[in-house]
Design a protein around this ligand. Structure first.
Ligand code: TRP
Length: 463
């Protein structure tokens, strides 16, 4: 087999994995989920899921990847459990679905670069017209997918690493500056209160489902993306500490994105926080406002820069989403990398077309499905996001940890984790991970998966 390539440095892996995690999920998805369900109570659930359940899943994925040096399907085969490779196949399928809608949102963000550059801050109030102009936003999406394909075709160290290393820190600085500015605006504190002071009576089954789905999506877990990235990692890497850094970085950026959006909503609404649930359009309808209040050339420059960086954050995520099926086709089907990349990217773009049309342009895809027990219809993009993020990813995560602890066996996992982490064996963290990977995560994730399926697709609530 040809040399698969690898990360050229320790920092390269961490930055690429953090780049995969940090993306539209943090800046677009997180604030909108907080707005729709529960405010600060959602934030608390999300944080618990990230640290208690998702972190162990992340460690496990990276360890399986490094041990086998394979894509998610090949990894199960390489460990000698071919029967389990359906988990990898399911992951690749989830990746297809996620990238298909993700690319649509990335296309919007890309379009906003131009809108900000020409100082069109009014776009905030014309967002639905913008998304209905499907030929324009479709073209933006196509350029975005082609860029992703180009980066992936250049291979792991050439493309992904270089971009991630310098763009992630730039995005962080930009967000911090905007947070600082947003907090000085009138009524910012009302927004902040909604975001940070929990009202636990807001927690219900739907909030739990959404918070778990958001945690998996944001951390890029449950579909083998980190098995694939782990497969390029060297034995000297300390997986447990790298995963801790990636989790903290991802959660940190999401929390900061909220600090940017909610004060701004407080400002725009004069302190009324009853209109935050506007859905997937949330950041596109609020952020231009902040650049508008800065105003003039400076506002346009800041807005342009922000959306450029957001596009790069999205790009390091789309790259990881495309990398998974590509690694699969290259390793298992012996297709040349450059050809595999363009074929897969083209197919995913086509699968994304209904998500593109379902934002007002096509009545059919905009009101695609009405879930049992719900009065309102769900658009195609949100439907795919429900299937992939809230259902398939937690199921994938559940199966991966169950497999690692009970089929592949814990001592093998521990052995892999102790490469590069001399103090791991015997530590408290080892005990916790053994418990979490072996019992806590499979049980809780399995349970929430069942609840999700019953509630979402059958309209049956057991709580
Ligand atoms: N985590 C990314 C985000 O928050 C999206 C993403 C990239 C992803 N790769 C993934 C989600 C793999 C699930 C699985 O924007």
């Amino acid at each position: 087999m040809a040399n698969r390539g690898g990360f050229s440095s320790r920092l390269g892996f961490i930055m690429a994995a953090a780049g995969s995690a940090v993306g539209l999920g943090n800046i677009w998805g997180f604030p909108y989920e907080v707005g729709q369900g529960g405010g600060a109570a959602f934030v608390v659930m999300y944080l618990i899921f990230c640290f208690v359940l998702c972190y162990p899943v992340m460690v496990t994925e990276i360890a399986i990847g490094r041990k086998t040096q394979k894509n998610p399907v090949g990894a199960f085969n390489a460990l000698g459990y071919k029967k389990w490779n359906f988990v990898g196949k399911m992951g690749i399928f989830s990746g297809f679905l996620i990238l298909s809608f993700y690319n649509v949102i990335a296309g919007w963000a890309f379009g906003y670069v131009y809108e900000m550059a020409i100082g069109n801050f009014d776009i905030a109030t014309h967002f639905s017209e913008f998304t209905q102009d499907v030929f324009k936003v479709g073209a933006y999406g196509m350029v975005f997918m082609a860029t992703t394909a180009y980066v992936v075709s250049k291979g792991i160290s050439g493309g992904i690493e270089k971009a991630a290393k310098f763009l992630m820190p730039s995005l962080l600085i930009m967000i911090l500056l905007i947070v600082g500015y947003a907090l000085t605006l009138p009524n910012a504190m009302d927004g902040l209160r909604f975001y940070l002071v929990p009202d636990f009576s807001e927690i219900n089954t739907q909030v739990v489902i959404n918070a778990l789905g958001q945690a998996f999506f944001s951390l890029s877990l449950g579909m083998g993306a980190l098995i694939t990235y782990g497969s390029y990692v060297n034995k000297k890497e300390n997986i447990v500490s790298a995963a801790a850094f990636i989790t903290l970085a991802d959660v940190g950026i999401a929390v900061l994105a909220g600090m940017m959006i909610f004060p701004l909503i407080g400002f725009m609404s004069g302190g009324a926080m009853d209109n935050v649930g506007s859905g997937p359009g949330l950041i596109f309808e609020t952020l231009p406002e902040i650049f508008g209040t800065i105003g003039g050339t400076f506002g346009a420059v800041a807005g342009t820069l922000f959306f450029v960086l957001l596009c790069f954050a999205a790009l390091t995520s789309t790259v990881s989403l495309l990398e998974v099926p590509v690694a699969y086709v290259v390793d298992e089907k012996n297709v040349r990398r450059s050809r595999a990349v363009w074929l897969v990217a083209g197919a995913i773009f086509l699968i994304g077309i209904p998500s593109l049309l379902g934002n007002g342009y096509s009545e059919f895809f905009s009101k695609f499905i009405t879930y049992p027990g719900s009065e309102t219809a769900t658009d195609f993009l949100s439907f795919i996001a429900n299937v992939a993020n809230d259902t398939l990813l937690p199921l994938g995560g559940c199966l991966i940890v169950f497999f690692a602890a009970h089929v592949w066996k814990k001592h093998n996992l521990d052995e892999e984790l102790s490469h590069g982490a001399p103090n791991y064996k015997g530590s408290f963290l080892q005990k916790y991970l053994n418990f979490a990977v072996g019992y806590l995560a499979p049980a809780v994730l399995g349970f929430i998966f069942v609840i999700t399926v019953l509630k979402t697709y059958f309209g049956i609530s057991i709580f």
